[in-house]
Design a protein around this ligand. Sequence first.
Ligand SMILES: Cc1cc2nc3c(=O)[nH]c(=O)nc-3n(C[C@H](O)[C@H](O)[C@H](O)COP(=O)(O)OP(=O)(O)OC[C@H]3O[C@@H](n4cnc5c(N)ncnc54)[C@H](O)[C@@H]3O)c2cc1C
Length: 452
Amino acid sequence: MPVRLAIIGGGPAGNTAASVGATLGAEVTLIERDVVGGAAHLFDCVPSKAMIATGGALTALGRARQMGLDAAGKLDVPALRERVAGIEEHLRQSVVGLLESQGVRLLVGAGRFTGSHQVTVESDEGEELVDADFLLVSTGSRPRLPDWAPIDHERVMTTRDAYPPKEIPEHLIVIGSGVTGVEFTHMFDSLGSEVTLLVSRQQVLPIKDAEIAAELETEFEARGVHLLKGARANGLARDGDTVTVTCEDGRVIQGSHAVLAIGSIPNTEDLALEIPGVKVDEFGYIPVNRHCLSNVSHIYAAGDVSGRLPLSSVAAMQGRKIAEHVMGLHLRSHRHVDYDKAASAIFTEPEIADVGLAEADAFAEGRKVRVTKVPFAVSAKALIDGDPRGFVKVVSDPATGVVLGGSIVGRNAAELVSVLAVAVTNGLRTEDIVDSLLVHPALTEAVVEASS
Ligand SMILES: Cc1cc2nc3c(=O)[nH]c(=O)nc-3n(C[C@H](O)[C@H](O)[C@H](O)COP(=O)(O)OP(=O)(O)OC[C@H]3O[C@@H](n4cnc5c(N)ncnc54)[C@H](O)[C@@H]3O)c2cc1C
Protein backbone atom coordinates (compact mmCIF):
# COMPACT_ATOMS: atom_id res chain seq x y z
CA MET A 1 0.00 0.00 0.00
CA PRO A 2 1.49 3.43 -0.96
CA VAL A 3 2.33 5.99 1.70
CA ARG A 4 -0.53 8.52 2.04
CA LEU A 5 0.50 12.16 2.30
CA ALA A 6 -2.12 14.88 2.86
CA ILE A 7 -1.13 18.52 2.43
CA ILE A 8 -3.11 21.58 3.59
CA GLY A 9 -2.17 24.62 1.48
CA GLY A 10 -1.04 24.63 -2.16
CA GLY A 11 1.59 27.41 -2.19
CA PRO A 12 5.23 26.75 -3.12
CA ALA A 13 5.76 24.55 -0.03
CA GLY A 14 2.61 22.47 -0.52
CA ASN A 15 2.63 22.07 -4.27
CA THR A 16 6.34 21.18 -4.39
CA ALA A 17 5.88 18.57 -1.66
CA ALA A 18 2.89 17.21 -3.60
CA SER A 19 4.76 17.03 -6.88
CA VAL A 20 7.92 15.45 -5.47
CA GLY A 21 5.92 13.12 -3.21
CA ALA A 22 3.84 11.86 -6.14
CA THR A 23 6.96 11.39 -8.29
CA LEU A 24 8.51 9.29 -5.52
CA GLY A 25 5.42 7.08 -5.30
CA ALA A 26 3.30 8.55 -2.50
CA GLU A 27 -0.46 8.80 -2.73
CA VAL A 28 -0.85 12.56 -2.38
CA THR A 29 -3.92 14.69 -1.59
CA LEU A 30 -3.44 18.45 -1.86
CA ILE A 31 -6.08 20.62 -0.17
CA GLU A 32 -6.30 24.25 -1.27
CA ARG A 33 -9.08 26.69 -0.39
CA ASP A 34 -8.14 29.29 -2.99
CA VAL A 35 -5.65 29.00 -5.84
CA VAL A 36 -3.05 26.25 -6.28
CA GLY A 37 0.22 28.16 -6.50
CA GLY A 38 -0.65 29.96 -3.29
CA ALA A 39 -0.31 33.53 -2.16
CA ALA A 40 3.07 33.45 -3.91
CA HIS A 41 1.32 33.32 -7.31
CA LEU A 42 -1.78 35.29 -6.40
CA PHE A 43 -0.60 38.16 -4.23
CA ASP A 44 3.11 38.18 -3.53
CA CYS A 45 6.05 37.19 -5.69
CA VAL A 46 4.42 36.95 -9.10
CA PRO A 47 2.17 40.03 -9.33
CA SER A 48 4.71 42.26 -7.60
CA LYS A 49 7.48 41.22 -9.98
CA ALA A 50 5.17 41.46 -13.00
CA MET A 51 4.40 45.07 -12.06
CA ILE A 52 8.04 45.80 -11.36
CA ALA A 53 8.85 44.48 -14.86
CA THR A 54 6.32 46.89 -16.39
CA GLY A 55 7.79 49.74 -14.33
CA GLY A 56 11.22 48.62 -15.57
CA ALA A 57 10.03 48.80 -19.19
CA LEU A 58 8.80 52.36 -18.56
CA THR A 59 12.11 53.31 -16.98
CA ALA A 60 13.96 51.79 -19.95
CA LEU A 61 11.83 53.90 -22.29
CA GLY A 62 12.83 56.91 -20.22
CA ARG A 63 16.44 56.01 -21.01
CA ALA A 64 15.70 55.68 -24.72
CA ARG A 65 17.71 58.75 -25.70
CA GLN A 66 20.74 57.48 -23.81
CA MET A 67 20.44 54.23 -25.84
CA GLY A 68 20.27 56.14 -29.14
CA LEU A 69 16.47 55.91 -29.53
CA ASP A 70 13.59 58.31 -29.73
CA ALA A 71 10.63 56.75 -27.89
CA ALA A 72 7.84 57.49 -25.45
CA GLY A 73 5.75 55.16 -23.31
CA LYS A 74 2.49 55.74 -21.48
CA LEU A 75 1.11 53.42 -18.84
CA ASP A 76 -2.11 51.60 -19.77
CA VAL A 77 -3.54 50.47 -16.40
CA PRO A 78 -6.23 48.08 -17.76
CA ALA A 79 -3.57 46.45 -19.98
CA LEU A 80 -1.30 46.13 -16.95
CA ARG A 81 -4.10 44.47 -14.95
CA GLU A 82 -4.73 42.07 -17.81
CA ARG A 83 -1.04 41.26 -18.08
CA VAL A 84 -0.70 40.48 -14.35
CA ALA A 85 -3.89 38.36 -14.31
CA GLY A 86 -2.71 36.52 -17.46
CA ILE A 87 0.63 35.59 -15.89
CA GLU A 88 -1.09 34.36 -12.72
CA GLU A 89 -3.55 32.24 -14.68
CA HIS A 90 -0.83 30.78 -16.88
CA LEU A 91 1.21 29.77 -13.82
CA ARG A 92 -1.85 28.37 -12.02
CA GLN A 93 -2.69 26.21 -15.03
CA SER A 94 0.89 24.93 -15.34
CA VAL A 95 1.06 23.93 -11.66
CA VAL A 96 -2.38 22.28 -11.72
CA GLY A 97 -1.56 20.53 -15.03
CA LEU A 98 1.71 19.19 -13.63
CA LEU A 99 0.13 17.93 -10.39
CA GLU A 100 -2.76 16.28 -12.20
CA SER A 101 -0.39 14.58 -14.63
CA GLN A 102 1.51 13.22 -11.62
CA GLY A 103 -1.67 11.78 -10.11
CA VAL A 104 -2.01 14.21 -7.20
CA ARG A 105 -5.60 14.40 -5.92
CA LEU A 106 -6.59 18.06 -5.70
CA LEU A 107 -9.35 19.01 -3.27
CA VAL A 108 -10.77 22.53 -3.28
CA GLY A 109 -11.78 23.69 0.20
CA ALA A 110 -10.54 24.69 3.63
CA GLY A 111 -8.84 21.91 5.57
CA ARG A 112 -8.75 21.49 9.34
CA PHE A 113 -7.68 18.64 11.60
CA THR A 114 -10.43 16.38 12.90
CA GLY A 115 -8.13 13.61 14.05
CA SER A 116 -4.48 12.90 14.53
CA HIS A 117 -4.29 11.37 11.04
CA GLN A 118 -7.36 13.06 9.60
CA VAL A 119 -8.28 16.34 7.91
CA THR A 120 -11.79 17.50 7.08
CA VAL A 121 -12.13 19.58 3.95
CA GLU A 122 -15.01 22.02 3.86
CA SER A 123 -16.26 23.50 0.61
CA ASP A 124 -19.52 24.67 -0.99
CA GLU A 125 -20.16 21.03 -1.90
CA GLY A 126 -20.02 19.91 1.74
CA GLU A 127 -17.41 18.10 3.80
CA GLU A 128 -14.92 15.42 2.87
CA LEU A 129 -12.65 13.44 5.15
CA VAL A 130 -9.04 12.75 4.22
CA ASP A 131 -7.05 10.14 6.14
CA ALA A 132 -3.28 10.07 5.80
CA ASP A 133 -0.13 8.52 7.21
CA PHE A 134 1.74 11.83 7.04
CA LEU A 135 0.42 15.39 6.94
CA LEU A 136 1.94 18.69 5.94
CA VAL A 137 0.72 22.09 7.09
CA SER A 138 1.72 24.70 4.50
CA THR A 139 -1.00 27.29 4.87
CA GLY A 140 1.23 30.35 4.44
CA SER A 141 0.75 33.76 5.96
CA ARG A 142 -1.15 37.00 5.48
CA PRO A 143 -0.29 40.69 5.97
CA ARG A 144 -0.02 41.89 9.56
CA LEU A 145 -2.47 44.69 10.25
CA PRO A 146 -2.02 47.10 13.15
CA ASP A 147 -5.13 48.20 15.03
CA TRP A 148 -4.48 51.89 14.18
CA ALA A 149 -4.91 51.38 10.42
CA PRO A 150 -8.49 51.42 9.09
CA ILE A 151 -7.88 49.27 6.00
CA ASP A 152 -10.47 50.04 3.30
CA HIS A 153 -8.65 48.12 0.51
CA GLU A 154 -8.99 51.19 -1.69
CA ARG A 155 -6.85 54.02 -0.39
CA VAL A 156 -5.64 52.40 2.82
CA MET A 157 -4.21 49.16 1.51
CA THR A 158 -2.41 46.01 2.47
CA THR A 159 0.17 44.69 0.03
CA ARG A 160 -2.56 42.40 -1.34
CA ASP A 161 -4.76 45.30 -2.47
CA ALA A 162 -2.07 47.00 -4.42
CA TYR A 163 -1.91 44.81 -7.50
CA PRO A 164 -3.17 44.76 -10.01
CA PRO A 165 -4.10 48.31 -8.99
CA LYS A 166 -7.32 49.90 -10.22
CA GLU A 167 -5.48 53.19 -10.49
CA ILE A 168 -1.92 54.34 -10.02
CA PRO A 169 -1.81 56.33 -6.76
CA GLU A 170 -1.05 59.99 -7.18
CA HIS A 171 0.91 60.08 -3.93
CA LEU A 172 1.55 56.79 -2.16
CA ILE A 173 2.77 56.62 1.42
CA VAL A 174 4.60 53.33 2.00
CA ILE A 175 4.67 52.31 5.65
CA GLY A 176 7.56 49.91 6.30
CA SER A 177 10.98 49.88 4.69
CA GLY A 178 11.88 46.20 4.74
CA VAL A 179 12.07 44.19 1.50
CA THR A 180 8.37 44.53 0.66
CA GLY A 181 8.30 48.25 1.48
CA VAL A 182 11.26 49.12 -0.72
CA GLU A 183 9.91 46.96 -3.56
CA PHE A 184 6.58 48.82 -3.37
CA THR A 185 8.42 52.14 -3.30
CA HIS A 186 10.38 51.21 -6.39
CA MET A 187 7.34 49.72 -8.14
CA PHE A 188 5.04 52.70 -7.75
CA ASP A 189 7.78 55.28 -8.29
CA SER A 190 8.62 53.63 -11.60
CA LEU A 191 4.92 53.54 -12.53
CA GLY A 192 4.67 57.30 -12.01
CA SER A 193 3.43 57.80 -8.42
CA GLU A 194 4.92 60.33 -6.05
CA VAL A 195 6.14 58.11 -3.20
CA THR A 196 6.91 58.83 0.45
CA LEU A 197 8.65 55.99 2.27
CA LEU A 198 8.40 55.92 6.05
CA VAL A 199 11.58 54.39 7.48
CA SER A 200 11.05 53.58 11.16
CA ARG A 201 14.79 53.41 11.90
CA GLN A 202 17.70 55.29 10.33
CA GLN A 203 18.24 53.05 7.28
CA VAL A 204 16.03 51.27 4.77
CA LEU A 205 16.42 47.47 4.83
CA PRO A 206 17.49 47.49 8.50
CA ILE A 207 18.92 43.97 8.43
CA LYS A 208 21.08 44.50 5.33
CA ASP A 209 24.65 45.80 5.00
CA ALA A 210 24.70 49.57 5.57
CA GLU A 211 26.63 49.97 2.30
CA ILE A 212 23.87 48.25 0.33
CA ALA A 213 21.10 50.18 2.06
CA ALA A 214 22.96 53.44 1.37
CA GLU A 215 23.21 52.59 -2.35
CA LEU A 216 19.42 52.12 -2.51
CA GLU A 217 18.69 55.26 -0.48
CA THR A 218 20.89 57.33 -2.82
CA GLU A 219 19.06 55.86 -5.82
CA PHE A 220 15.62 56.54 -4.30
CA GLU A 221 16.54 60.13 -3.43
CA ALA A 222 17.91 60.74 -6.93
CA ARG A 223 14.55 59.58 -8.29
CA GLY A 224 12.63 61.98 -6.06
CA VAL A 225 11.30 59.48 -3.48
CA HIS A 226 10.72 61.23 -0.13
CA LEU A 227 12.57 59.22 2.53
CA LEU A 228 11.43 60.01 6.07
CA LYS A 229 13.82 58.43 8.56
CA GLY A 230 12.96 57.64 12.15
CA ALA A 231 9.30 57.86 11.12
CA ARG A 232 7.37 55.19 13.02
CA ALA A 233 3.70 55.41 12.03
CA ASN A 234 1.09 55.04 14.76
CA GLY A 235 -2.02 56.59 13.22
CA LEU A 236 -3.81 56.60 9.89
CA ALA A 237 -7.00 58.28 8.73
CA ARG A 238 -8.78 58.72 5.42
CA ASP A 239 -10.84 61.76 4.58
CA GLY A 240 -12.24 61.57 1.04
CA ASP A 241 -9.31 61.34 -1.35
CA THR A 242 -6.74 62.21 1.29
CA VAL A 243 -4.92 59.81 3.55
CA THR A 244 -3.12 61.16 6.62
CA VAL A 245 -0.44 59.21 8.47
CA THR A 246 0.83 60.32 11.85
CA CYS A 247 4.11 59.22 13.38
CA GLU A 248 5.18 58.65 16.98
CA ASP A 249 7.35 61.77 16.88
CA GLY A 250 4.36 63.91 15.83
CA ARG A 251 5.15 64.17 12.13
CA VAL A 252 2.10 64.19 9.87
CA ILE A 253 2.26 63.06 6.23
CA GLN A 254 -0.53 63.38 3.68
CA GLY A 255 -0.96 61.47 0.46
CA SER A 256 -3.63 60.00 -1.80
CA HIS A 257 -3.05 56.36 -0.73
CA ALA A 258 -1.14 54.42 1.91
CA VAL A 259 0.09 50.84 1.83
CA LEU A 260 1.15 48.84 4.90
CA ALA A 261 4.21 46.66 4.47
CA ILE A 262 4.97 45.79 8.08
CA GLY A 263 5.27 42.02 7.98
CA SER A 264 2.99 39.02 8.06
CA ILE A 265 1.36 36.55 10.43
CA PRO A 266 0.97 32.79 9.95
CA ASN A 267 -2.32 31.14 8.93
CA THR A 268 -2.49 28.60 11.73
CA GLU A 269 -5.42 29.59 13.92
CA ASP A 270 -8.26 27.86 12.00
CA LEU A 271 -6.61 24.47 11.60
CA ALA A 272 -7.57 22.90 14.95
CA LEU A 273 -3.92 22.03 15.50
CA GLU A 274 -4.73 21.20 19.11
CA ILE A 275 -6.52 18.03 17.94
CA PRO A 276 -3.33 16.25 16.81
CA GLY A 277 -1.41 18.24 19.48
CA VAL A 278 0.78 20.33 17.13
CA LYS A 279 2.44 23.12 19.12
CA VAL A 280 2.64 26.70 17.91
CA ASP A 281 4.84 29.44 19.34
CA GLU A 282 3.63 32.74 20.82
CA PHE A 283 3.32 34.25 17.32
CA GLY A 284 1.39 31.31 15.85
CA TYR A 285 4.31 29.74 13.93
CA ILE A 286 4.85 25.98 14.04
CA PRO A 287 8.38 25.24 15.28
CA VAL A 288 10.05 22.53 13.17
CA ASN A 289 13.21 20.44 13.37
CA ARG A 290 15.76 20.03 10.55
CA HIS A 291 13.41 17.60 8.76
CA CYS A 292 10.61 20.22 9.01
CA LEU A 293 8.76 17.96 11.45
CA SER A 294 6.60 19.57 14.11
CA ASN A 295 6.51 18.18 17.66
CA VAL A 296 4.14 15.46 16.32
CA SER A 297 6.14 12.77 14.58
CA HIS A 298 3.94 12.43 11.46
CA ILE A 299 3.03 16.11 10.95
CA TYR A 300 5.33 18.45 9.07
CA ALA A 301 5.15 22.22 8.60
CA ALA A 302 6.74 24.18 5.77
CA GLY A 303 6.81 27.60 4.19
CA ASP A 304 5.83 30.76 6.04
CA VAL A 305 4.04 28.85 8.84
CA SER A 306 7.33 27.26 9.87
CA GLY A 307 8.69 30.66 10.92
CA ARG A 308 11.90 30.17 8.93
CA LEU A 309 12.98 32.43 6.07
CA PRO A 310 9.73 33.64 4.47
CA LEU A 311 10.71 33.05 0.85
CA SER A 312 9.02 31.07 -1.89
CA SER A 313 12.29 29.41 -2.77
CA VAL A 314 12.82 28.27 0.83
CA ALA A 315 9.21 27.06 1.08
CA ALA A 316 9.62 25.00 -2.10
CA MET A 317 12.91 23.51 -0.89
CA GLN A 318 11.31 22.55 2.44
CA GLY A 319 8.46 20.91 0.51
CA ARG A 320 10.95 18.90 -1.56
CA LYS A 321 12.88 17.75 1.51
CA ILE A 322 9.68 16.79 3.33
CA ALA A 323 8.55 14.60 0.43
CA GLU A 324 11.98 12.92 0.42
CA HIS A 325 11.80 12.41 4.18
CA VAL A 326 8.31 10.92 4.01
CA MET A 327 9.57 8.46 1.40
CA GLY A 328 12.64 7.57 3.47
CA LEU A 329 15.18 9.12 1.10
CA HIS A 330 16.89 10.94 3.96
CA LEU A 331 18.37 7.59 4.88
CA ARG A 332 20.42 7.78 1.67
CA SER A 333 21.82 10.96 0.13
CA HIS A 334 19.85 13.86 1.57
CA ARG A 335 20.90 17.38 2.40
CA HIS A 336 18.88 19.33 4.93
CA VAL A 337 17.61 22.78 4.10
CA ASP A 338 20.47 25.10 5.01
CA TYR A 339 18.75 28.42 5.70
CA ASP A 340 22.10 30.19 6.09
CA LYS A 341 22.87 29.46 2.45
CA ALA A 342 19.64 30.70 0.91
CA ALA A 343 20.07 33.29 -1.81
CA SER A 344 17.61 36.15 -1.76
CA ALA A 345 16.91 39.20 -3.85
CA ILE A 346 15.21 42.56 -3.65
CA PHE A 347 13.68 43.57 -6.93
CA THR A 348 14.39 47.27 -6.82
CA GLU A 349 16.38 49.16 -9.39
CA PRO A 350 19.20 48.46 -9.08
CA GLU A 351 18.46 44.93 -7.90
CA ILE A 352 20.03 43.72 -4.68
CA ALA A 353 20.88 40.09 -4.05
CA ASP A 354 22.93 38.21 -1.55
CA VAL A 355 23.81 34.78 -0.29
CA GLY A 356 25.62 33.26 2.65
CA LEU A 357 27.86 35.23 5.01
CA ALA A 358 27.59 39.03 4.76
CA GLU A 359 30.71 41.13 5.24
CA ALA A 360 29.08 43.02 8.14
CA ASP A 361 28.17 39.76 9.93
CA ALA A 362 31.69 38.38 9.48
CA PHE A 363 33.02 41.64 10.94
CA ALA A 364 30.55 41.52 13.86
CA GLU A 365 31.56 37.92 14.61
CA GLY A 366 35.24 38.89 14.49
CA ARG A 367 35.73 36.33 11.75
CA LYS A 368 38.70 36.62 9.37
CA VAL A 369 37.46 36.83 5.79
CA ARG A 370 38.70 38.05 2.43
CA VAL A 371 36.38 40.57 0.80
CA THR A 372 36.80 41.54 -2.84
CA LYS A 373 34.65 44.11 -4.57
CA VAL A 374 34.31 45.03 -8.23
CA PRO A 375 32.09 47.86 -9.51
CA PHE A 376 29.94 47.26 -12.60
CA ALA A 377 31.46 50.47 -13.98
CA VAL A 378 34.37 48.29 -15.21
CA SER A 379 32.05 45.75 -16.89
CA ALA A 380 31.80 46.00 -20.69
CA LYS A 381 28.29 44.46 -20.62
CA ALA A 382 27.04 46.91 -17.99
CA LEU A 383 28.23 49.78 -20.18
CA ILE A 384 26.69 48.18 -23.28
CA ASP A 385 23.38 47.83 -21.39
CA GLY A 386 23.62 51.48 -20.35
CA ASP A 387 23.43 50.68 -16.63
CA PRO A 388 26.82 50.50 -14.87
CA ARG A 389 25.43 51.09 -11.34
CA GLY A 390 26.38 48.87 -8.40
CA PHE A 391 28.99 46.28 -7.57
CA VAL A 392 29.75 42.63 -6.82
CA LYS A 393 31.24 41.71 -3.47
CA VAL A 394 32.59 38.25 -2.71
CA VAL A 395 33.34 37.03 0.81
CA SER A 396 35.72 34.06 1.05
CA ASP A 397 37.86 32.18 3.52
CA PRO A 398 41.39 33.64 3.25
CA ALA A 399 43.02 30.30 4.11
CA THR A 400 41.11 27.96 1.78
CA GLY A 401 39.54 30.29 -0.79
CA VAL A 402 36.12 28.73 -0.12
CA VAL A 403 33.34 31.14 -1.07
CA LEU A 404 31.35 32.00 2.10
CA GLY A 405 28.98 34.59 0.70
CA GLY A 406 28.50 37.55 -1.53
CA SER A 407 26.34 40.53 -2.35
CA ILE A 408 25.46 42.03 -5.68
CA VAL A 409 23.86 45.40 -6.33
CA GLY A 410 23.07 46.08 -9.96
CA ARG A 411 21.26 45.01 -13.08
CA ASN A 412 20.18 41.34 -13.00
CA ALA A 413 21.64 40.84 -9.51
CA ALA A 414 18.93 38.26 -8.74
CA GLU A 415 20.18 36.06 -11.60
CA LEU A 416 23.89 36.74 -11.11
CA VAL A 417 23.86 35.74 -7.45
CA SER A 418 23.14 32.15 -8.55
CA VAL A 419 26.82 31.71 -9.43
CA LEU A 420 27.76 32.58 -5.87
CA ALA A 421 24.86 30.54 -4.43
CA VAL A 422 26.05 27.39 -6.23
CA ALA A 423 29.57 28.05 -4.89
CA VAL A 424 28.36 28.66 -1.31
CA THR A 425 26.08 25.58 -1.28
CA ASN A 426 28.75 23.28 -2.67
CA GLY A 427 31.80 24.64 -0.85
CA LEU A 428 33.48 25.79 -4.09
CA ARG A 429 36.52 28.04 -3.98
CA THR A 430 36.98 31.41 -5.64
CA GLU A 431 39.40 29.79 -8.09
CA ASP A 432 36.66 27.36 -9.19
CA ILE A 433 34.69 30.40 -10.35
CA VAL A 434 37.74 32.03 -11.93
CA ASP A 435 38.62 28.82 -13.81
CA SER A 436 35.12 28.50 -15.32
CA LEU A 437 34.97 29.56 -18.95
CA LEU A 438 32.00 31.92 -19.04
CA VAL A 439 30.50 34.19 -21.67
CA HIS A 440 31.84 37.53 -22.89
CA PRO A 441 30.43 40.14 -22.80
CA ALA A 442 28.31 39.27 -19.77
CA LEU A 443 27.64 40.70 -16.34
CA THR A 444 28.96 37.45 -14.84
CA GLU A 445 32.44 38.67 -15.74
CA ALA A 446 32.14 41.08 -12.80
CA VAL A 447 31.41 38.09 -10.54
CA VAL A 448 34.51 36.34 -11.89
CA GLU A 449 36.59 39.52 -11.41
CA ALA A 450 35.38 39.83 -7.82
CA SER A 451 36.40 36.20 -7.23
CA SER A 452 39.97 36.80 -8.52
C1 LIG B 1 4.58 41.38 -1.48
C2 LIG B 1 5.39 40.14 -1.35
C3 LIG B 1 6.31 39.80 -2.33
C4 LIG B 1 7.07 38.64 -2.22
N1 LIG B 1 8.01 38.36 -3.17
C5 LIG B 1 8.78 37.26 -3.05
C6 LIG B 1 9.80 36.97 -4.03
O1 LIG B 1 9.99 37.72 -4.98
N2 LIG B 1 10.52 35.84 -3.89
C7 LIG B 1 10.34 34.98 -2.83
O2 LIG B 1 11.04 33.97 -2.76
N3 LIG B 1 9.40 35.22 -1.89
C8 LIG B 1 8.63 36.34 -1.97
N4 LIG B 1 7.67 36.61 -1.02
C9 LIG B 1 7.45 35.62 0.06
C10 LIG B 1 6.60 34.48 -0.47
O3 LIG B 1 5.43 34.97 -1.10
C11 LIG B 1 6.21 33.51 0.65
O4 LIG B 1 7.35 33.19 1.41
C12 LIG B 1 5.61 32.25 0.05
O5 LIG B 1 4.41 32.53 -0.60
C13 LIG B 1 5.37 31.21 1.15
O6 LIG B 1 4.86 30.06 0.56
P1 LIG B 1 3.90 29.08 1.38
O7 LIG B 1 3.85 27.81 0.59
O8 LIG B 1 4.31 29.02 2.79
O9 LIG B 1 2.49 29.79 1.42
P2 LIG B 1 1.53 30.58 0.42
O10 LIG B 1 2.16 30.92 -0.89
O11 LIG B 1 1.02 31.68 1.28
O12 LIG B 1 0.38 29.51 0.15
C14 LIG B 1 -0.41 29.03 1.22
C15 LIG B 1 -1.69 28.51 0.63
O13 LIG B 1 -2.41 27.84 1.66
C16 LIG B 1 -3.80 28.07 1.43
N5 LIG B 1 -4.51 27.83 2.69
C17 LIG B 1 -4.42 28.52 3.86
N6 LIG B 1 -5.19 27.97 4.81
C18 LIG B 1 -5.81 26.91 4.23
C19 LIG B 1 -6.74 25.93 4.68
N7 LIG B 1 -7.18 25.91 5.94
N8 LIG B 1 -7.16 24.99 3.82
C20 LIG B 1 -6.73 24.99 2.52
N9 LIG B 1 -5.85 25.88 2.03
C21 LIG B 1 -5.39 26.82 2.88
C22 LIG B 1 -3.85 29.51 0.96
O14 LIG B 1 -5.04 29.74 0.23
C23 LIG B 1 -2.61 29.59 0.09
O15 LIG B 1 -2.90 29.31 -1.27
C24 LIG B 1 6.90 37.77 -1.11
C25 LIG B 1 5.97 38.10 -0.10
C26 LIG B 1 5.24 39.28 -0.21
C27 LIG B 1 4.24 39.62 0.88
